[in-house]
Design a binder for this molecule. Structure first.
Ligand code: 2P0
Length: 358
């Protein structure tokens, strides 16, 4: 299956150029939590692709006798990101050997604040990977639909959840025996959404913008020898299958049940790891209680999900946007750091903004 993603060598490569790609973040409905080397998920996951939270990444490249790279955020050097990018470049070398004939400057910017607690690795690695595959297609002259698959494949080697950011409105990553084309190496697009989920909203309450005490990489690691891992992986397979039925038939009650259970199970896994840890804050729990009361009283199908952090993602149909924003303004905003929240919605994935070659 991976043969189609191999680099097809040719003899001439551009002297220099610049490619800019844009890719959004995503929010998992069925969560990826646990992996095997190298970046192989222990269960399949599905996410909504977002729109407003995105990363724009430019790679400038110049032919050189020795490979080197620079990494900046809006022109400012960020040495703390270098080890993760070095490890990514090392992993993709075999798949993109052409990259190593260049000196590369990578410059990136996020629309969401870096310290907002929203992972920039999903949008960041997917934007960078798409730019690299764009260069590959320029070199090989092969332009086909494998572009996004390969970008997803490379993204996965940077950060697992990044593999799902390439396409909208949703993406599935990880093999499921009953869902065709699913595999552990790259994500596939999922399009079959019921009308109820078109333009579905994700309003993100920024409960805690600090750096997490335990990184996702460490959290994934703790699923090895976890007392409940076997059951959890089985549950995720079942939830994925059920979630796909829900996305097709528009059953919002079932959507709420699966997505909230997934969020709480993710955090339950953290709380039962060895060592155990908690990433939710008091504001996270207060917001969840209020969401449940609001849903009961208003009958509005508002649900929540959580990422590996304290922030709360409010999921709801576009038709209820005003009521939900009023509810946030009157009851939830006190739990948001600096009263900040981000309005986002389901989107269409990554794309190339600009490419020039010399
Ligand atoms: C997800 N998360 O499915 C899950 C749910 C967070 C909670 O994937 O080690 O940054 O880079 O592969 O992708 C966050 O983990 O981890 C994550 P790595 P990643 O979105």
């Amino acid at each position: 299956m991976l043969d189609q993603l191999k680099y097809q060598p040719i003899h001439s490569i551009p002297e220099s150029g610049e490619i800019t790609a844009k890719s959004p973040s995503n929010i998992a409905l069925v969560k990826y939590w646990g992996k095997k080397p190298i970046q192989i998920p222990t269960n399949p996951s599905i996410s909504f692709t977002l729109t407003n939270c995105f990363t724009k990444t430019s790679i400038s490249f110049k032919k050189s006798n020795s490979f080197s790279f620079n990494f900046t955020v809006k022109g400012v050097a960020k040495p703390s990101f270098i080890p993760k990018i070095e490890s990514f470049l090392d992993r993709i070398k075999k798949w993109c050997p052409f990259l190593f004939y260049y000196q590369i400057d990578i410059d990136t910017e996020n629309t969401f604040p870096h310290s907002s607690g929203i992972a920039s690795s999903a949008s960041g690695f997917s934007a960078l990977s798409l730019a690299i595959v764009e260069l590959e297609q320029k070199i090989t002259g092969i332009t086909n639909e494998n572009k996004y698959l390969k970008a997803s494949f490379l993204s996965r080697l940077g950060s697992g959840s990044a593999s799902r950011s390439l396409y909208g409105p949703a993406a599935i990553w990880g093999h499921h025996k009953n869902i065709s084309s699913t595999n552990d190496h790259y994500a596939i697009a999922y399009h079959d959404l019921h009308e109820n989920f078109k333009n579905y909203q994700d309003t993100i309450l920024l409960i805690d913008k600090g750096t997490k005490k335990v990184s996702s990489t460490v959290g994934h690691e703790l699923m090895h020898n976890h007392p409940f891992s076997k059951e959890r992986f089985l549950q995720a397979h079942n939830n994925l299958e059920n979630m796909i039925s829900v996305l097709q038939n528009g059953d919002l009650d079932k959507f709420i049940e699966i997505s909230e259970s997934e969020a709480l199970t993710l955090h339950a896994m953290m709380m039962t790891s060895k060592p155990y840890f908690i990433l939710m804050k008091q504001g996270t729990l207060s917001a969840i209680e209020l969401i449940w009361s609001f849903r009961k009283e208003s009958n509005i199908p508002l649900s929540f999900t959580l990422d590996a952090g304290a922030n709360v993602h409010l999921l709801y149909p576009l038709a209820y946007k005003q009521q939900v924003l009023d509810f946030i303004g009157s009851e939830l905003i006190v739990y948001c750091e600096n009263q900040q929240y981000i309005c986002d919605e389901v989107g269409s994935g990554a794309n190339i903004i600009r490419a020039s070659y010399a």
